[in-house]
Design a protein around this ligand. Sequence first.
Ligand code: DQA
Length: 147
Amino acid sequence: MMSILVLNGPNLNLLGIRQPEVYGHTTLADIESMCREHAATHGFDLDFKQSNHEGVLIDAIHAARGQHDGIILNAAAYTHTSIALMDALSSTQLPAIELHLSNVHAREPFRHVSYIARVAVGVISGFGAPGYLLALDAMRGHLERSE
Ligand code: DQA
């Protein structure tokens, strides 16, 4: 069965209370439930993780090799800074989708830079919590086409 890892970076554990005018009122636990329901409906396996630590995210990307078929990564602020996360994704050679709740291109210039996009199949940004389901559908389609 197809297996997708959804990986969330720093401060996303505070969704729901963190700048709701930017990120909405949905908590990360709510988003995980939505993703799990989507996986059950469409018949694929899902792993859902969050860490505030760059090294833990890198370890999770390495561990995805052989366990998952694709990675959806909301690297949060590390998107804009982390060559190490970019290199980790390149090393696993798994397809990755970069995901953001907010439209990063409509925000501050430092959020227009992404190290992740360079190694991603594509980017989904600005659709809030439902963007996670868009990313899951995009990854399913990508994996089915590359079978
Ligand atoms: C974010 C956008 C990033 O710029 C920011 O640092 C985040 C969240 C988003 O989901 O919109 O923490 O990745």
